[in-house]
Write a protein that binds this ligand. Structure first.
Ligand code: S3P
Length: 447
């Protein structure tokens, strides 16, 4: 978590207009570099997200002997010289995941299969986040994991090797847990299966077959991996679609600011990531899909958003995992919607890069919104206008910072968002793109 960095945001001085191409999907960028590193052969990846989180994942593989060539200065295209499932070298130093939960949780599965010990750590925020959910299953598979609080908190030391296949029933709906177990399953002696309480993003299951590794998903949702002891670099380049979690900030901003008309180009609309759109449509937002297409195994479309009367709603618990990263900015939409917005069954928000329920409740309240925190969600009573004129703390959480920059567009006075530098973990060019459609946002040191 990078502490520091103040954003000054809002109010918007006119309607937001234009087309936006947001960077590549964070979840898929992590998975692409992991599978490419573990494959036999060379994989070219395009549309990679050059955020700090994904660079941490690439760096881990470089530290274990994988050669990665960046093909452009922006670091959105790269060539990965895979070393095969058994070709990683023991790192000489601690593998540093920085702020990246997906990196550390998925890498727990990868490292569990290695015939060496390695240590992973991260920044102050990541060192507080629960690791038991991934440590338990890899221990069951035979890996030895030691660390702080009995291995439940980083740093952790993983001693891996040949693993036993397991049937894992996850207590939390978490794509990170599912993916950790599937990646460890690549090194297991039989078929590894995973059940999750609710379906979560399925990028790992979609991407593994591109690397020659079959995955089966049964009608009851059970995911089975039949290890072939080999991944093979795909014959074609891996292309990563634009990240819906980044696009959502501009969709909410366009909904909130009168007269706006913004098109988010070619973004991922995979059902397991599309909960934010279902929620916004449920709130009455004017969203339309244009140019539906496919990028690799992933459906994409342009999403056009025009401003429009948002109203509150009850978010169906089944939609929660599909919109899990978008709730900070959906709370921002709800703060200015007509009526009550109720979110339940979302306690996972409390163990993200920050406790996102309390972080948003504090920041929105400081800006004049009417929000009541609940143990597993929040109740937000929308107001016709927002006072703003506030100092708020993003707590080093990228999505809190961007959500507050969005809501500020409809505030009466500017909002100063402190500890916002972590935007660089997932969306390094957020401010530039926001300015390109007319959002009023700038870094405090760029007056
Ligand atoms: C992710 C899964 C989700 C999400 C995170 C990315 C992934 O976390 O919040 O930003 O890429 O697998 P959980 O698995 O903890 O729900």
């Amino acid at each position: 978590m990078e502490i520091g960095g103040t954003l000054i945001a809002g109010p918007a001085t006119g309607p937001l207009k234009g087309d936006i191409v947001v960077p590549g999907d964070k979840s898929m960028s992590h998975r692409a570099v992991m599978l490419a590193s573990l494959a036999d052969g060379v994989t070219e990846i395009h549309g990679f997200l050059p955020g700090e989180d994904n660079i941490s994942t690439a760096r881990m593989f470089i530290d274990m002997g994988v050669k990665i060539e960046w093909l452009n200065d922006e670091k959105t295209s790269l060539r990965v010289f895979g070393v095969g499932l058994h070709g990683l070298k023991q790192p000489v130093n601690v593998l540093n995941a920085g702020n990246a939960g997906t990196c550390v949780r998925l890498m727990t599965g990868v490292l569990a299969g290695q015939s060496f010990s390695s240590t992973m750590s991260g920044d102050a925020s990541l060192c507080k986040r629960p690791m038991k959910r991934v440590v338990d299953p890899v221990r069951k598979m035979g890996a030895i994991v030691e660390g702080r609080e009995g291995g439940e908190l980083l740093p952790i030391i993983i001693t891996g090797g040949k693993l036993k296949a397991i049937h894992h029933v996850s207590e939390v709906a978490s794509a990170q847990v599912k993916s950790c177990v599937l990646l460890a399953g690549l090194y297991a002696d039989g078929v590894t299966t995973v059940n999750e309480p609710k379906p979560t993003r399925d990028h790992t299951e979609r991407m593994l077959p591109l690397f020659g590794q079959p995955v089966e998903v049964a009608d009851d949702g059970t995911i089975s991996l039949f290890p072939t002891d080999k991944l093979t670099a795909p014959a074609t380049n891996v292309v990563i679609p634009a990240d819906p979690s980044s696009a959502c900030f501009f969709a909410v901003a366009a909904s909130l600011v009168e007269g706006s008309d913004v098109t988010l180009k070619s973004i991922g609309i995979n059902d397991r990531r599309d909960g934010w759109r279902r929620v916004m449509i449920g709130m009455g937002a004017a969203l339309t899909l244009e140019n539906e297409d496919k990028v690799g195994e992933e459906p994409v479309a342009d999403v056009r958003v025009t401003s429009g009367g948002l109203h509150g709603m009850f978010v169906h618990p089944d939609d929660v995992p599909d919109a899990i990263d978008e709730f900070p900015v959906l709370f921002a939409a709800a703060a200015l919607a007509d009526g009550e917005f109720v979110l339940e069954d979302a306690e996972e928000l409390r163990v993200k890069e920050s406790d996102r329920i309390s972080a948003m409740a504090n920041a929105l309240s400081a800006a004049g919104a009417d929000i009541t925190e609940k143990p597993d969600g929040a109740v937000i009573r929308g107001l016709a206008s927002l006072r703003g004129d506030a100092d708020v703390d993003a707590l080093g959480d990228h999505r809190i910072a961007m959500a507050m920059a969005v809501v500020a567009q409809r505030a009466e006075g500017e909002i100063r968002i402190h500890n916002a530098a972590a935007i660089a973990t997932s969306f390094p060019n957020f401010v530039t793109l926001a300015q390109s459609i007319g959002m009023n946002v700038r870094w405090a040191d760029e007056n």
